[in-house]
Design a protein around this ligand. Structure first.
Ligand code: 13P
Length: 337
């Protein structure tokens, strides 16, 4: 039985390789309006479209950003938005040599029949939305689902997460978007690093089982895993070396070398911690590009420095560039602090 390949196959491989290029990673700036509202509230700003536009304009216009950032994930509002000066944000990114991406999932809702776990919505209408996003300039997509360790994870929740990611990945490829496959294993909990490793192994086994079953082309996807760390409330903390050892062991056992890039999320780690952990993972050769797709670990200082004041824009942009450059060096295994 042969399966029709995506008519975008060559382009998907090229897009994935461009995003996974040496010394570069992804700027996740796809906070939903609700999450962006929380970030703006932390600096005393109202969650208005104008404030979100001002902040996103600041981010995408950092001079030289494309030296360190290969892709930027946008929320739907931003994909169709212009900068404060009236230029399409997508065009600004392309001029910076940054590939525009789009968050396509519709968020988490309770998973009936589980142990208070959740599942991710958004498959209905996804094909037509993806085609429209491609028209608008997006070339990759993100779908984030979560797995909770303290709440199980139940076999049902893991299966649902893996199946949803696989359907989304197949639909994205069919419409020319490189899917970022993101089953976030939440940090919350008192569990130790061995428990995280065990759960992550199970999750990635199922994800790749269903990706294969859905005929997803591995050369045209990117992954966004959580690093393997102890739970946030676990008393034993792990060094960057331990995080790197556990995480690389997981990847080697579960991720085929056909996958071009592994772009980690920061998941609540501090800016420096996220950089050190990435750097530790790049001390030897890896079969895939091992890099970053950070939101908080790239933006925290930038956002605080800005504080919503026009006179701080330049300093805030410099702060973002400092983090982007540090993570670029960490991608190359050359970060020295
Ligand atoms: P953090 O790096 O803040 O975890 O966010 C990355 C992301 O996009 C989660 O989906």
């Amino acid at each position: 039985l042969t399966v029709r390949a995506s008519s975008y196959a060559d382009e998907l491989v090229k897009t994935a390789k461009t995003i996974a290029s040496p010394g570069r990673g992804i700027l996740a700036m796809d906070e939903s309006n609700a999450t962006c509202g929380k970030r703006l509230a932390s600096i005393g700003l109202e969650n208005t479209e104008a404030n979100r536009q001002a902040y996103r304009t600041l981010l995408v216009s950092v001079p030289g950003l494309g030296d360190y950032i290969s892709g930027a994930i946008l929320f739907e509002e931003t994909l169709y938005q212009s900068t404060v000066e009236g230029k399409k944000i997508v065009d600004v990114l392309v001029e910076q040599n940054i590939v525009p991406g789009i968050k396509v999932d519709k968020g988490l809702v309770p998973l009936a029949g589980s142990n208070d776990e959740s599942w991710c919505q958004g498959l209905d209408g996804l094909a037509s939305r993806s085609a429209a996003y491609y028209q608008q300039g997006a070339r990759f997509a993100k779908w984030r689902t979560v797995v909770s360790i303290p709440n199980g994870p139940s076999a049902l929740a893991v299966k649902e997460a893996a199946w949803g990611l696989a359907r989304y990945a197949a639909i994205s490829q069919d419409n020319g978007l490189v899917p970022i496959v993101e089953p976030e294993i939440l940090l919350d909990g008192e569990h130790n690093i061995d428990r995280t490793f065990e759960v992550a192994k199970k999750v990635w086994a199922e994800v790749f089982f269903y990706l294969a079953e859905n005929n997803v082309m591995f050369e045209g996807i990117l992954l966004k895993p959580s690093m393997v760390t102890p739970g946030a409330e676990c008393k034993e903390r792990a060094t960057p070396q331990q995080v790197a050892d556990y995480t690389l062991k997981l990847l080697r056992q579960r991720i085929p070398p056909a996958v071009p890039g592994i772009m980690f999320l920061s998941g609540g780690q501090s800016e420096v911690e996220a950089t050190l952990n990435l750097n530790a993972m790049n001390q030897g050769p890896n079969p895939w590009h091992v890099s970053f797709s950070y939101a908080r670990a790239l933006q925290n200082t930038c956002l605080k420095t800005w504080g919503g004041r026009p006179e701080n824009v330049q300093a805030a942009q410099e702060a973002l560039l400092v983090r982007a450059k540090a993570n670029s060096l960490a991608q190359l295994g050359k970060y020295t602090g």
